[in-house]
Write a protein that binds this ligand. Structure first.
Ligand code: NAD
Ligand code: ZN
Length: 391
């Protein structure tokens, strides 16, 4: 005998820009998936920094709306992306008496907390909905669109996780006003990637206004700021690009993913460098490294490579790091990425600024040559123009 069960899971989730999210008159934070407002007891998980900076306003918001909520404050740094913290969230969900559908927890914080709470929600009663409020740039342009949750385990990034998008993600650019500049640059790393793989206009915006956007933390009230509308356009294009790439391949059945650009060598570098390098910083370096690989093959010209390196510098991102000169480590990083891509390199590389192709025949010699170029980039006097692609 044999039984086959076939079913389909329709998935829809929203990313909603909502300025003034913490204004008690703004109902978005109270809404349940589907749009209704509930009165059930709910857990609100706050990033430590968010609790410090916005805790008062958040409590006022829920008080003013008579919403029965319980708060849990958690650290939002990469070392806290652990299964232990997932279990702490689960414990709290129990205490609050979370319902299966009608009292989704709310997570307000950076990408780390979103991943931790998302994983907890996906495990709790085998999966409950949750609401995500990303408060960092990386969170708003990248995590916001993602279906994935996860924690680090055994020395590897995101080794445990799930695909469970929250039905609602709420974005308010105002949160960025308090994000440290380094964290803004970190988010810029992902926007840089998005520009490189599919959006020349976005790349040009970064070339022209990237430095001001970082300086102003995307706020139009800042002293040094880009022209009105640029912050929204950059965030909007980054989110739209991400959504367009993810939608047809949400479950990653196709392991040739252009959004993996900048994520082939960086995961291991990032883990080995912890806590020195942030995710977006490592991603930006991988974007440059992968551009070097493309230039070595003649897929892009030396001029494009220089432009890419110069744009990274203009965003305040270092284009290289000693670990990106370590051939052994880079080879090991690619080997793990190949396992992640189920035995294939599927290595996204640029064919121009704004388009990618995939390689499956990258050699050790190419890695060694590119690592040499990354070494020369470490010397400010030899970048970006003077570091020759070969030799
Ligand atoms: N699920 C996905 O598909 C996906 C996609 C991209 C990244 N990620 C994950 O996201 C994580 C990185 O996220 P991140 O860059 O947001 O880092 P983060 O969550 O570590 O936050 C960075 C720091 O900023 C603080 N912070 C958060 N919001 C703030 C605010 N408004 N003002 C001041 N400080 C604030 C946090 O407390 C933390 O110290 C990584 O673990 C990465 O793996 C997940
Ligand atoms: Zn990333």
């Amino acid at each position: 005998m044999r039984w086959t069960i076939r079913t389909q899971l329709p998935v829809a989730y929203e990313i909603i820009e909502t300025p003034g999210l913490l204004d008690p008159a703004n109902p978005e934070l109270l809404r349940l998936p589907g749009g209704a407002t509930g009165r059930q007891s709910r857990l609100v998980v706050l990033d430590h920094s968010i609790d410090d900076l916005y805790g008062g306003r958040i409590r006022e918001y829920f008080d003013a709306n008579d919403a029965p909520v319980t708060y849990l404050s958690m650290p939002g740094d990469e070392e806290s992306k652990s299964i232990g913290n997932v279990l702490d969230v689960v414990t709290k969900l129990n205490e609050v008496g979370t319902n299966r559908l009608s009292s989704p927890p709310i997570v307000i914080g950076g990408g780390v907390l979103a991943d931790v709470v998302g994983l907890a929600a996906s495990l709790y009663r085998r999966g409950i909905p949750y609401i995500r409020v990303p408060t960092t740039l990386l969170g708003q342009v990248d995590v916001s669109v993602a279906a994935k949750t996860g924690v680090n385990f055994g020395g590897y990034r995101n080794r445990l996780g799930s695909y469970s998008p929250p039905p609602r993600t709420l974005i308010d650019r105002e949160f960025l006003a308090t994000v440290p500049h380094r964290q803004i640059r970190n988010g810029m790393g992902e926007i840089f990637k998005m520009a490189l793989i599919k959006d020349l206009r976005l790349f040009e915006l970064l070339e022209e206004y990237g430095a001001e956007l970082v300086e102003a933390r995307f706020q139009e009230t800042a002293v040094v700021r880009p022209p009105t509308g640029i912050a929204d356009e950059v965030i909007g294009r980054a989110i739209a690009g991400m959504a367009e790439e993810l939608q047809p391949n949400l479950w990653e059945k196709d392991l040739r993913r252009s959004v993996d650009y900048g994520h082939s060598f960086s995961p291991l570098v990032e883990m080995r460098a912890l806590p020195e390098l942030l995710h977006g910083e490592a991603v930006a370096m991988d974007c440059v490294f992968s551009a070097v690989l493309a230039a070595q093959r003649g897929l892009i010209g030396a001029g494009d490579l220089e432009r890419i390196t110069a744009a990274a510098l203009r965003l305040g991102l270092a284009p290289s790091h000693p670990l990106f000169c370590d051939t052994e480590l880079l080879t090991e990083a690619l080997a793990d990425t190949v396992r992640h891509r189920d035995g294939k390199q599927n290595l996204p590389v640029l064919t121009r600024i704004g388009a990618v192709t995939f390689l499956n025949d990258l050699t050790g010699a190419e890695i060694t040559a590119a690592a040499g170029y990354m070494g020369r980039l470490l010397d400010p006097s030899s970048r970006p123009a003077a570091a020759a692609v070969t030799g």
